[in-house]
Design a protein around this ligand. Structure first.
Ligand SMILES: Cc1cc2nc3c(=O)[nH]c(=O)nc-3n(C[C@H](O)[C@H](O)[C@H](O)COP(=O)(O)OP(=O)(O)OC[C@H]3O[C@@H](n4cnc5c(N)ncnc54)[C@H](O)[C@@H]3O)c2cc1C
Length: 441
């Protein structure tokens, strides 16, 4: 097939213009400027997820990114992909685009402008500068392999995907913008999180029809809903905790960091990081329990030592007041009430059994998780296309020649801190090196 720059024909069609799709386009076009590259994106607004990320500031990457920051498929594959384009190259890449980054807590890197628009604009400007064509508000409804490439059917975005997408009875018939003929296709369709930004999970269906399997998906980095009403009066309070997720027969997962009490349950970075583990356990129908240590870093001996020290100095204070030296006052009140400790009892009258009961409880306080807030509030999707179905050196599909897969559609999800975008940049880079070889063929 001879690709020309005329409408309907391209060397590479990238399905999805989020972080991974834009990165793939930029790195391919830089390496092979002669290739005709088209991005097709269904969203009402390109890059909407970049704009909402990091609280509207876009946590672009982290100062230190390792395979341990990711869940899902093989850490060796993740390592190889990250090594090809690591966090330092990300910083350099954005500096070249005029976006300098600065470090904040937990090694997170944000644009100096503190505005995600800067990041998105830089990516789109560079994509356009390189001559990549961007088709917005068009949904890819079908990708069909041909002898020498792919036929790609698109529709104006808005209506849901066709249940019976068009067939290609006559590939030689003239086509308009709705159908594309491409030598290579890249699926950069993201996952299912925040579907209103365009990534509604249909990309998995496209991958499945092209021969891939899909590891069942769940929301990840998502707030958790709690049963009961303990959390309700605490809404708005943030505190550091150690979350423990105990899944039958597994070693407990421990995550230290901030927790935010809310009217529906709990949120905050530590909770978001723990949410994946809860969801995967439920998916696998394995019993799971979530608890928090309200005195992170302390065991019973250390907590008791601190409590006795306070009792020696201030024996006449109430137990709730004493507890408020260690946790926020409203949390201390709620705990004392929940455990039925009389409001007026002082440390002097609080015997060893009662003290141990209190301390044991706050070191492993149960969170009665009912569910999560789901994909509408999840930052990322766990599960997706298994890594053993792609070549880790090129991100080319092992199931469908000519297809590549990048970004969140793959079975990799990072913890909070800029890791998911790093995965998007790194996969885009790796896929591009392979796609660029087309210009020589
Ligand atoms: C609220 C929120 C905050 C976040 N904050 C951060 C952060 O600060 N740092 C971080 O590292 N990560 C963050 N993430 C995660 C990060 O945004 C994603 O992991 C990343 O954007 C994934 O990039 P992607 O290109 O693979 O997918 P997406 O960004 O989801 O892009 C996929 C694109 O494909 C398009 N598409 C899908 N199906 C079709 C189709 N059939 N036809 C045409 N187009 C299609 C969609 O319209 C979409 O534009 C956040 C996520 C959310 C939801």
């Amino acid at each position: 097939m001879t690709a020309t720059a005329s409408t309907g024909q391209a060397d590479v069609v990238i399905v999805g213009g989020g972080a991974a799709g834009l990165a793939t386009a930029i790195f391919t076009a830089r390496r092979a400027p002669d290739l005709h590259i088209v991005i097709v994106d269904a969203a009402p607004k390109l890059g909407a997820k970049i704009l909402v990320s990091g609280g509207g500031r876009c946590n672009v990457t982290n100062v230190r990114v390792t395979p341990r920051d990711f869940n899902g498929g093989s850490p060796n594959v993740v390592k190889k992909v990250l090594a090809a384009f690591d966090e330092r190259r990300t910083v350099e890449f954005f500096r070249e685009l005029g976006v300098s980054l600065h470090e904040e807590d937990w090694g997170k890197l944000f644009p100096d402008s503190n505005d995600a628009h800067t990041v998105l604009k830089a990516l789109i400007d560079e994509t356009r500068r390189l001559g990549v064509r961007i088709l917005e508000r068009r949904r890819v409804v079908r990708v069909e392999p041909q002898a020498d490439g792919f036929l790609i059917a698109t529709q104006p975005a808005g209506p849901p995907p066709l249940t019976n997408p068009p067939t290609f009875a006559d590939p030689a018939a003239p086509r308009d913008d709705g159908t594309w003929l491409a030598r290579r296709v890249v699926l950069a369709t993201g996952g299912q999180s925040l579907p209103k930004t365009g990534s509604d999970g249909f990309g998995y269906e496209l991958a499945r029809r092209l021969g891939h399997t899909i590891i069942p998906t769940t929301p990840a980095l998502v707030p958790l809903l709690l049963d009961g009403d303990f959390h309700i009066p605490l809404s708005g309070i943030a505190q550091d905790v150690e979350i423990r997720v105990r899944v039958e027969k597994d070693r407990p997962v421990r995550i230290v960091g901030p927790l935010l009490w809310t009217h529906f349950g709990v949120s905050g970075p530590a909770v978001l990081d723990a949410s994946r583990c809860w969801h995967r356990a439920v998916l696998d129908q394995r019993p799971v329990a979530v608890t928090i240590n309200l005195l992170p870093g302390k065991d019973l001996a250390a907590a008791e030592h601190a409590f006795l020290d306070l009792a020696a100095r201030q024996p006449r204070i109430a137990v709730a007041t004493a507890l408020s030296s260690f946790v926020p006052a409203r949390v201390a009140d709620a705990i004392v009430k929940e455990l039925g400790i009389p409001a007026r009892i002082t440390l002097a009258n609080f015997d060893r059994t009662a003290r141990r009961r209190l301390l044991t409880a706050i070191l492993d306080w149960p969170l009665p998780v009912r569910d999560s807030r789901g994909y509408n509030f999840a930052e990322v999707t766990a599960g997706g296309v298994p890594l053993n179905e792609i070549d880790p050196g090129t991100l080319a599909s092992r199931r469908c020649p000519g297809l590549s897969l990048v970004g969140e559609i793959l079975d990799v999800d990072g913890r909070i801190g800029g890791f998911n975008f790093q995965w998007a940049w790194s996969t885009g880079y790796v896929a591009a090196q392979h796609l660029a070889e087309l210009s020589r063929s």
